[in-house]
Design a protein around this ligand. Structure first.
Ligand code: DSN
Length: 440
């Protein structure tokens, strides 16, 4: 990075600092990962200089012969990896991609979306009232059952009553296998389109570590930077089933992405997606996907030994959601303490959470990034021990209920917790472990 170092030392230093942070911590946010060097290299190329509005061989800008080839390769690799007849690799990321699906299929203020409530592990774009999806479309949310699992009978009943035009399955905080077949049957029964948002689990699907939604969904959306381990971005796919239902789906999706919602695609991102898709087609990626799940299961098992209350009782995929109520600690407090200890997780709402999303009852953590570093079951035992020690350090820290008091308390707590000796000692041990597992 000799050029940026010379031109902009401030940004250079900050990038180096962030690289160091990523290297030294246990990165356990389940939606994050470490890309390969090859993906990074593709991102940092002359492709970022180009405008390519339109699609391969139908561009509004000259000079796109090379970009056309790159985009076609990316599309073909996506189609092959997931077994679908159509792919659009242009969405900038997950939210624009989901918005494009809504724009392609639904009439604003008239048609209805049915998705998992955000508070139960859905996504903003699945119909939350604070997002585009909930503001411009009618929405109805399903929730989890009392056992914290998807209740397919209740979902079917709700769908029959509400008659949504689009049902969305695929979640951000659901630790269990999704029954895509059942979702497909429910959608068929009520004549709805089924969108499978597999952003979190795409890498697992590609690796054969989670069932694929392909025979059951009409449209599939995935971001490319989570378990799939590519650059930030997203892919929209239409399945054979979707094509049969509506042969114009690919054209509708294309039009919604551009010119409907976006301008020119980020061609460097497209190239990096192509590289990641190639990597995901290799045998070593299959082993990676399976190890993500094996690690998550082992970590879950160990956490249960420390009496952590895991939502749904465990995990089948890459993520774990912990309800900290029995530990007498708020999720925001625990997440901050863990960060001081070098373990980076999300604070997260749990089903039927009575606390606000900024200070929720739980934490969400996962194994995609640490598995990329080569960590296995043995390391999960140690990590569970550290998580337990770190959370124990802040047990019985009670956040005031009043907003104003909480703000002041939180400010002081943030100042204090970074000096906690036990947490700092764990962070040194974490550093010693991570130094043995280099980044790609
Ligand atoms: N922001 C993503 C996550 O962390 O799960 C969802 O889009």
């Amino acid at each position: 990075m000799k050029n940026i170092k010379k031109t902009d030392p401030a940004i250079y230093q900050l990038i180096r600092k962030e690289e160091k942070r990523q290297r030294e911590v246990l990165e356990m946010i389940p939606s994050e990962n470490y890309t390969s060097k090859a993906v990074m290299e593709a991102l940092s190329t002359a492709l970022t200089n180009k405008y390519s509005e339109g699609y391969p061989k139908k561009r509004y800008y000259q000079g796109n012969k090379v970009v056309d080839e790159i985009e076609i390769i990316a599309e073909e690799r996506a189609k092959k990896l997931f077994g679908v007849p159509f792919a659009n690799v242009q969405p900038y990321s997950g939210s624009p991609a989901n918005s494009a699906v809504l724009m392609a299929l639904l009439e604003p203020l008239k048609d209805k979306i049915m998705g998992l409530s955000l508070a139960y592990g859905g996504h903003l774009t699945h119909g939350s009232h604070v997002s585009f999806s909930g503001i411009y479309f009618k929405t109805v949310s399903y929730e989890l059952g009392k056992d914290e699992l998807l209740d397919y009978d209740a979902i079917e009943e709700l769908a029959l009553k509400e008659k949504p035009k689009l049902i969305i399955c695929g979640f951000t905080a659901y630790p269990r296998t999704i029954d895509f077949k059942r979702f497909g049957q429910i959608a068929d029964k009520v004549g709805a389109y089924l969108l499978a948002d597999i952003s979190h689990i795409a890498g697992l699907v590609a690796a054969g570590a989670h069932p694929s939604p392909v025979p059951y969904a009409d449209i599939i959306m995935t971001t490319t930077h989570k378990t799939l381990r590519g650059p930030r971005g997203a892919i929209l796919m239409v399945t054979e089933k979707g094509l049969k239902k509506d042969p114009d789906l690919p054209e509708k999706i294309d039009k919604a992405v551009f010119p409907g919602l976006q301008g020119g695609p980020h061609d460097n991102q497209t190239a990096a997606i192509a590289v990641a898709l190639l990597e995901a087609s290799k045998g070593s990626f299959k082993a990676y996907g399976k190890q993500i799940v094996a690690n998550a299961k082992k970590l879950a098992q160990e956490l249960i030994k420390y009496e952590f209350n895991l939502v749904s009782g465990g995990t089948d995929n890459h993520l774990i959601l912990i309800d900290l109520a029995n530990k007498n600690v708020n999720g925001a407090v625990a997440a901050l303490a863990l960060e001081v200890a070098g373990i980076v997780v999300n604070k997260n709402a749990v089903p039927e959470d009575s606390l606000p999303p900024f200070y929720p009852s739980g934490i969400r953590l996962g194994t995609p990034a640490i598995t990329t570093r080569g960590m296995k079951e043995k390391e999960m035992i140690k990590i569970a021990q550290w998580i337990n020690e770190a959370v124990s350090e802040v047990q019985n820290v009670h956040l005031p209920v009043s907003k104003e008091e909480r703000k002041i308390y939180w400010k002081n707590f943030k100042k204090e917790v970074v000096k906690n000796r036990k947490l700092l000692q764990i962070s040194m041990e974490v550093k010693s472990l991570t130094s043995k597992f280099p980044l790609p």
